[in-house]
Design a protein around this ligand. Structure first.
Ligand SMILES: Cc1cc2nc3c(=O)[nH]c(=O)nc-3n(C[C@H](O)[C@H](O)[C@H](O)COP(=O)(O)O)c2cc1C
Length: 345
C-alpha cells in the first residue's frame, strides 16, 4: 500500500518505458525514501513479471508498476499505412529493408492485469486511459494502490470516480507521452501549476504533480499544491537508469535547443527534444497509436545504433537542461534538500 503521505521523501521516479526505468533505479528510489516505478507499458506479462522479480531481488520493497490503457477505438490503420510510405526514403537511407506493417497492439494489457491481481505489487499506475471500475476494484482488493495519470481536470474527476487512490496530474511541461484518455484528442496543454490548482478544487484524493520538475524550487512550488512529485527527465541521466547512450548524449548536446509535443514517433502526443525526424514528420503524422510506435521502431533503433540522435525519440521535459546526473540516491537527496531550502525550511 503506498500513497504519497507514506513516503519519507515526496519524490517519485516516473515510469519510463522503453529502457530508462530499471529495477536498479527503482531499488535506489526505495533506499532514498521515495518511490520508483517499472515502466511496463510495452512489456509482455512474462517480461513484466521478470522485471518485478528482478526488482525484488535488487531490494525494492516499495515500488509501482505502470500500464498503458488501450484505447477501445481502433487505430486508423489506413492513415498509418500512408505514413509508412512517407517513411520509406528515410528507412532506405538507414539501411532498413522493410518497415513493419501498421498494426494494433494492446501490449498484453489484460494478461498483465490478471498477473498483477494474482501476485500484487504495492502500486499499479495507469496512463493513456481510465482503467475499468472492476479492474481498479480487483487490484485494490488484492492490496495494491491504484494511481491514474491525467492531463486535464475532467479526467481527474473521472479517475476519482473509478476509485483511484491517487491522481497523477501531468502538466504540459512533462517529457514523454501525454496521458490523454483517447488517442484522437489533442494534448490539453495545461501548465502544471494551473492543472494542480484546478484538480485540487475538483477532486479529493492525494495528488502527485508531474511535468518539468528538475530543480528544487520547481518541486517546492508543486508541493504547494500536491502531496508528492513525479520526475522523469530528472532521472534520465541517473547512473542506475537504462537510458540509451544516444539519449543521454542528446540531453547535454547544445545542438538541441527546444522540446516539442509531437505524434511523429508513436501517433500519440509526446514531448521530446526537437530533432530532424520531428522537423520532417511532425506535420504529417496521424493520430494512430500504437501503430506508429510499431512502424517507427526500426527507424528509432537504427538511428540509435548509429549513435545518431536525429532519428531517435529523445523524450525530455521542458526543463531538461537543468536535469542532474549521478546516482539516483544523490539526485533524490539533492533535489529534496534544494526543495526544502526553496520552501524556507
Ligand atoms: C523517457 C520518458 C519515458 C516515459 N515513459 C512513461 C511511461 O512509460 N509511463 C508513464 O506513465 N509516463 C511516462 N513518462 C512520463 C512521466 O510519467 C512524467 O509525466 C514526466 O516524465 C514528467 O515530466 P518531466 O520529464 O519533465 O519530469 C515518460 C517520460 C520520459 C521522459
Amino acid at each position: 500500500m503506498v500513497v504519497p503521505g507514506e513516503l519519507d521523501v515526496p519524490i517519485v521516479a516516473a515510469p519510463m518505458a522503453g529502457g530508462p526505468s530499471t529495477p536498479a533505479l527503482v531499488a535506489a528510489l526505495d533506499r532514498a525514501g521515495g518511490l520508483g516505478f517499472l515502466g511496463s507499458g510495452y512489456l509482455t506479462a512474462e517480461a513484466m513479471r521478470e522485471q518485478i522479480d528482478a526488482n525484488r531481488a535488487a531490494g525494492a520493497r516499495r515500488f509501482g508498476v505502470n500500464l498503458f490503457v488501450p484505447d477501445p477505438a481502433d487505430p486508423d490503420l489506413d492513415a498509418a499505412a500512408e505514413y509508412r510510405m512517407l517513411l520509406g526514403p528515410l528507412a532506405a537511407r538507414l539501411g532498413i529493408d522493410e518497415l513493419p506493417a501498421a498494426r494494433d497492439d494492446s501490449f498484453s494489457y489484460l494478461d498483465k492485469l490478471a498477473d498483477l491481481a494474482a501476485r500484487p505489487v504495492p502500486v499499479v499506475s495507469f496512463t493513456f486511459g481510465l482503467p475499468a471500475v472492476e479492474h481498479v476494484r480487483t487490484l485494490r482488493e488484492a492490496g495494491s494502490r491504484v494511481w491514474v495519470t491525467v492531463s486535464s481536470p475532467d479526467d481527474a474527476v473521472a479517475a476519482a470516480e473509478v476509485g483511484a487512490d491517487v491522481v497523477v496530474a501531468q502538466g504540459t511541461e512533462a517529457g514523454g507521452h501525454v496521458s490523454t484518455f483517447t488517442v484522437a484528442e489533442p494534448a490539453p496543454g495545461i501548465p502544471l501549476l494551473d492543472l494542480l490548482a484546478d484538480v485540487r478544487r475538483r477532486v479529493d484524493v492525494p495528488l502527485v504533480a508531474a511535468g518539468g520538475l528538475t530543480t528544487g524550487p520547481a518541486i517546492a512550488d508543486a508541493l504547494g499544491l500536491a502531496d508528492a512529485t513525479q520526475l522523469g527527465t530528472a532521472f534520465l541521466d541517473a547512473d542506475e537508469a537504462g537510458t540509451s547512450a544516444v539519449h543521454r548524449a542528446a540531453l547535454k548536446d547544445p545542438r538541441f535547443t527546444e522540446t516539442r509535443v509531437t505524434r511523429a514517433f508513436t501517433g500519440r502526443p509526446a514531448r521530446g527534444l526537437t530533432n530532424a525526424f520531428i522537423e520532417e514528420y511532425d506535420d504529417v503524422a496521424p493520430a494512430s497509436y500504437p501503430s506508429l510506435h510499431v512502424l517507427t521502431g526500426p527507424v528509432r533503433a537504427a538511428s540509435a545504433a548509429r549513435g545518431n540522435g536525429e532519428g531517435a525519440a529523445l523524450w525530455a521535459g521542458v526543463r531538461w537542461r537543468e536535469a542532474p546526473s549521478g546516482s539516483a540516491e544523490r539526485i533524490v537527496a539533492g533535489l529534496a534538500a534544494e526543495a526544502r531550502k526553496a520552501d524556507g525550511r
